[in-house]
Design a protein around this ligand. Structure first.
Ligand SMILES: NC(=O)c1ccc[n+]([C@@H]2O[C@H](COP(=O)([O-])OP(=O)(O)OC[C@H]3O[C@@H](n4cnc5c(N)ncnc54)[C@H](O)[C@@H]3O)[C@@H](O)[C@H]2O)c1
Length: 350
């Protein structure tokens, strides 16, 4: 635990053990150079509190990079609620936990602004908002911008277009083959957008029924969740979980482009080099999936209208084009080029 903290370059981690529920709460504020640390709260049963701490260190750093490249006036933060088991939606136990989490966020005096992440959503944030104003993503009925999944899907759609422009010389998606891993909130909406644009889709989900129903509706193909990483296609869109680009999967991949919504797609930094060596163009995840934070910050704190929002989501494609060009020019991976973009704004602000 101490080793993880020693090697972390962030600002602070605040910890609370919530005795009534046996929940370890960690809030990592990685950077406040560009503004308050902003990022979602992940609720999960971890093997140990050390694993939860490790996650908050890693995820809050990624939020600094994401908010920086998205040109938002926010730094990076993340919360992890390491629960013994995830309480059911709407249960009194969950409400109590969210109230206590809200008090914890309030005690940080705005250095951290919370939102939703894995296993948390607008209904939870409505409860959190009873205890703190440092929250984004409450439901529209409570004055918030609600679910950010659809905006994230729009951003990934623009990311795919930009990546195709770089890889194939055209952003046109008519006839392009795209395989989507995970058709939940983001993946299903992305599938609809790609289908409308004329792409040929292959869908996969651990919930096979969900993938099959969507495939039937869109006239798409469906494969097993284990098989999707190796499906021959122009574009692979990971929209399920992290770590899917690794030393085991990369040699099997048969795509030209990877662009998807999942956070932390690279299992290790070396995997960016592995992809490049195989001639696979990687759209760095935290740029491709920034539509969620853009949606929340734009509507809830920056006062954008729908036209401004659409332009900023489309801007994800322009940012990626710049990143691809910089990587090619400087002979570095797209992940390294993205990190440079993220750092440059923070250095300028300092
Ligand atoms: N929702 C957002 O605004 C947002 C923003 C940024 C990043 N992300 C990331 O994008 C990803 C998808 O988010 P979401 O909101 O759609 O989540 P979700 O939970 O709604 O959907 C995830 C889907 O992936 C499926 N899945 C899980 N493991 C799988 C596997 N190994 N193979 C195939 N399918 C699998 C699940 O069954 C589910 O249908 C997550 O990694 C999330 O962290 C989401």
């Amino acid at each position: 635990m101490l080793e993880g903290l020693r090697s972390w370059d962030g600002e602070s981690v605040t910890t609370r053990f919530d005795a009534p529920t046996g929940t370890w709460m960690f809030v990592g504020v990685h950077s406040t150079v560009l503004g308050p640390g902003f990022g979602g709260a992940r609720m999960k049963a971890y093997p140990s509190p050390q694993d939860a701490l490790h996650d908050v260190l890693r995820l809050s750093a990624a939020m600094t990079a994401k908010n920086s490249v998205a040109s938002l006036p926010f730094g990076g933060g993340k919360a992890v609620l390491a629960v013994a088991r995830v309480p059911g939606p709407g249960s009194p136990e969950r409400r109590e936990l969210m109230l206590r989490y809200g008090s914890f966020v309030e005690s940080l005096h705005g250095t951290y602004v919370t939102a939703a992440d894995m296993n948390t959503g607008p209904a939870d944030l409505d409860v959190v908002a009873e205890r703190t104003s440092h929250v984004m993503g409450t439901s529209p009925g409570h004055g918030g911008a609600g679910d950010s999944g659809p905006a994230t899907a729009v951003g990934v759609f623009h990311a795919i277009r930009a990546a195709c422009g770089h890889a194939f010389g055209s952003r046109e998606l008519e006839g392009r083959s795209v395989a989507i891993q995970g058709v939940g909130s983001v993946g299903s909406r992305l599938a609809e957008l790609l289908s409308e644009a004329g792409a040929r889709l292959t869908l996969a989900d651990v919930d096979g029924g969900r993938a099959q129903r969507l495939a039937d509706r869109l006239g798409a193909a469906c494969v097993d969740a284990e098989a999707v990483m190796a499906v021959p296609c122009d574009v692979l869109a990971p929209c399920a979980s992290g770590g899917v680009l690794n030393a085991d999967t990369i040699p099997l991949m048969a795509c030209r482009v990877v662009a998807g919504a999942a956070n932390n797609q690279l299992a290790t930094p070396e995997d960016a080099g592995r992809l490049a060596a195989r001639g696979i163009l990687y759209a760095p995840d935290y740029i491709a999936n920034a539509g969620g934070v853009i949606h929340l910050a734009g509507y809830e704190t920056l006062g954008w209208d729908d036209a401004q929002m659409a332009a900023r989501l489309a801007g994800i494609g322009e940012t990626l084009s710049d990143v691809f060009a910089a990587a090619e020019r400087d002979g570095i991976t797209t992940a390294e080029a993205a990190d440079r973009f993220a750092r440059s704004r923070i250095v300028a602000a300092r």
